[in-house]
Design a protein around this ligand. Structure first.
Ligand SMILES: Cc1cc2nc3c(=O)[nH]c(=O)nc-3n(C[C@H](O)[C@H](O)[C@H](O)COP(=O)(O)OP(=O)(O)OC[C@H]3O[C@@H](n4cnc5c(N)ncnc54)[C@H](O)[C@@H]3O)c2cc1C
Length: 413
């Protein structure tokens, strides 16, 4: 197993329950990404009651609350401990190569031989930035969501946040609240209210089965795997953080950043279309919740009546360009997504874009598996609670695979 985040630990537990000898190699500490790769104020956008892993669930006093990063670290670390997960911390995997019907696993602490390898190294190892970032004038500070910690880290002055998925809207909101002048560049996005009919919107995602939809039932799986994360924030007051809320707070909304030419950032003029599309998709989702509620009155209980959100308000006039040489903008925050890092993987299983070729986590090489990737086996796969079902399936498949092998599962050289 490579990686001791929640996903690797969930599969590890499944392997332990099946009596399968294994080791979890972790380059840092358990829950390393949550410890070292998130901004200071981040809370989960999934409510506490939804934080569950195989044989383990949130049992604190605030089921409707949202964990802070130290709380997530404690949650995942406690899971590793109660699962007695065989984790070797501070052991970075530097290469995995096919060898004798298994794999040579090279680490900075020595080599291992494994019959099977589960890649649980995370989907968000690297922050992606559009190529046009190289045209940003040198005087402007650039940070990605992986480098960003808090507003004080940025030089005084206006901030351009690029990207309006969960990360972009949360950082734009935090910077605005810190008194910054904030411009948010918005492309395709997924809008969600925090509460729908009096319940958390993620309760509806869960209960109605939308999040459980399997990868082999989704028409355009490639697109589903690339969808931006929903515009949600986890705050004690359970507020909605959409573009209307940001506009009301004084964030300037502009279109998708399409080019930087002669020091000028150029934005798409299709903002209204993006809003209309996001509103349309949101209403389709709410229609699906309502249809499910009508068919399942007992499950819905005393939920409030059906409702619809105010359409996203288009600004009177959105700017199509900003001169980055005037000092109006002093920093850019790239909230343009993340990707996995497989530079250590010496098995020919990556597609042209560098993503793993896999069928529901069964990678295109014997005995190689993955967990924790977007829509790996279900729509919920990349979320904490999504690991439960996926880990069970992967452990079962792996068990069947190993049953055909006679060699021990791991050999330490
Ligand atoms: C900003 C942000 C907010 C999120 N918010 C939520 C949320 O609210 N709710 C939710 O359910 N999900 C959320 N997620 C999604 C998801 O739960 C996290 O990305 C989670 O960390 C993924 O767990 P994982 O175990 O798949 O990967 P990770 O937690 O990233 O674990 C992978 C582990 O592998 C280790 N590793 C990587 N490469 C190597 C190597 N070569 N050798 C050894 N070890 C290696 C890493 O150090 C790391 O510990 C969020 C993600 C991000 C980026």
């Amino acid at each position: 197993m490579i990686g001791a985040g929640h996903a690797g630990l969930a599969v590890s537990r499944g392997l332990t329950e099946r009596g399968l000898d294994h080791v979890v190699l972790e380059r840092g500490e358990v829950a390393n990404s949550w410890r070292h790769e998130r901004w200071d104020s981040l809370r989960l956008l999934t409510p506490n009651w939804q934080s569950r892993l195989p044989g383990f669930a949130y049992d604190g006093p605030d089921p409707d609350g949202f964990m802070t990063m130290p709380e997530v670290v404690a949650f995942v670390a406690r899971y590793a401990s109660v699962s007695c997960a065989p984790v070797r911390t501070r052991t970075a995997v530097t290469a995995v190569r096919p060898a004798d019907g298994g794999y040579d696993v090279v680490t900075d602490q020595g080599p291992l031989r494994a019959r099977s390898v589960v890649i649980a190294s995370g989907a968000c190892n690297v922050a992606t930035k559009p190529g046009l970032h190289t045209a940003v004038p040198a005087a402007i500070a650039q940070v990605t969501a992986l480098d960003y910690r808090n507003p004080a880290q940025l030089p005084d002055g206006g901030v351009l946040v690029v990207g309006a998925a969960a990360t972009g809207v949360q950082l734009a909101d935090e910077l605005r609240r810190a008194g910054r002048r904030v411009t948010l560049s918005v492309g395709e996005h997924v809008r969600m209210p925090r509460l729908y009919r009096g319940r958390d919107v993620l309760w509806w995602m869960d209960a109605s089965g939308v999040w459980n939809q399997r990868y082999d039932e989704i028409d355009d799986l490639g697109r589903a795997r690339r969808l931006p994360s929903p515009q949600l924030v986890g705050t004690p007051e359970r507020r909605t953080l959409d573009l209307n809320a940001l506009g009301d707070a004084g964030v300037e909304i502009v279109g998708r950043l399409s080019a930087i030419r002669d020091g000028k950032a150029l934005f798409s003029g299709a903002l209204k279309n993006q809003f209309a599309l996001a509103d349309l998709k949101l209403n389709r989702l709410l229609d699906a919740f309502d249809a499910w509620a009508a068919a399942n009155p007992r499950a819905v209980g005393d939920a409030a009546a059906s409702e619809r959100c105010e359409p996203t308000r288009a600004p009177e006039k959105s700017r199509l360009s900003i001169d980055l040489t005037t000092g109006e903008i002093t920093s850019i925050v790239w909230a343009t997504g993340f990707r996995p890092d497989y530079r250590w993987l010496e098995v020919p299983v990556l597609d042209a874009k560098g993503y793993l070729r896999h069928e529901g986590g069964v990678v295109d090489a014997p005995g190689l598996y993955a967990i924790g990737l977007p829509v790996l086996r279900r729509r919920k796969s990349s979320f904490i609670h999504g690991a439960e079902d996926d880990a069970r399936d992967i452990a079962e498949h792996l068990d069947g695979y190993l049953a055909t092998a006679r060699t021990p599962t791991i050999q330490v050289s």
